[in-house]
Design a protein around this ligand. Sequence first.
Ligand code: GLU
Length: 304
Amino acid sequence: MLDYQRVLEVIYHDVTNIKDKGTVASYIPELANIDSSNFGIHLRTLDGREYGIGSFNTKFSIQSISKVLSLSLAFSLIGEKILERIDVEPSGNPFNQLALLERENGIPRNPLINTGALVIADILISELKNPKEDFLNYIRELTNDDSINYNLKVANSERETGYKNFAAAYLLKSFNNLENDVETVLDFYFHQCSLEMSCAQLTKAFYLFSNKGKCYLNKKQLTNSQAKRINAIMLTCGFYDEAGDFAFEVGLPGKSGVGGGIVALLPNKFIITTWSPGLNKKGNSKLGMYALEQFTTKTKLSIF
Ligand code: GLU
């Protein structure tokens, strides 16, 4: 049987010796102070084992990783209707690009770029009674962990400098692809991105995507087909204009965030999360991508 802990230890040792750790995101001022020497990795298997090394219990800003969780809740609430307002094609462009949206008449390419996530936020605001509270409770339910929370400093910091997201929301509004007002949608979006979770909490939250829609506590949250589709969207769109590279190097569906986290999974087998705050030029965690490539190479476990 594979000695997962040993594999993680070898990767950890390897990664901590790499000097160029990438650059911490600073366009959200509150994120700029994170120490780039942090590194954590956590693996959770569907047969109930877990392994971790480094800062895998330290909470960090999950940022765009939250887009998969908001998509999941919206999908479970209104199903295929989301496809009337968002496409499922890779964008091949940075996460905050606006030109495509204008060219494609206000229909975002996919739910994992910012414009798509803003439409999902709008759907949740229309569907939920207390949107921010209900979304937080959804995450707490998925993880069976009430300690998870928004970081209001990070949410406010992004509001103060999130000019591109304001532009994106106004553009969506001009194409009638937002039902609610721009301020409300952005407030929800900045909060969801500010969620703080550890690697170990994220492997729990993403359990349902590996487990055909049944969450960590075995409750059915998504249909088999919805879980399959969310994995397909992660594989093709989870890393912005580096989605092809991630599929090529790692071979797993996954999602990154500018806080330096990456969650990836193998359906029916495991969920793995890395955290290393330094990013590469495309905004994905430099050492996280490397560590996951090493993991699937060493274990020969991937979807291909
Ligand atoms: N809140 C960030 C933004 O909208 C998320 C980006 C990311 O994690 O990729 O710019």
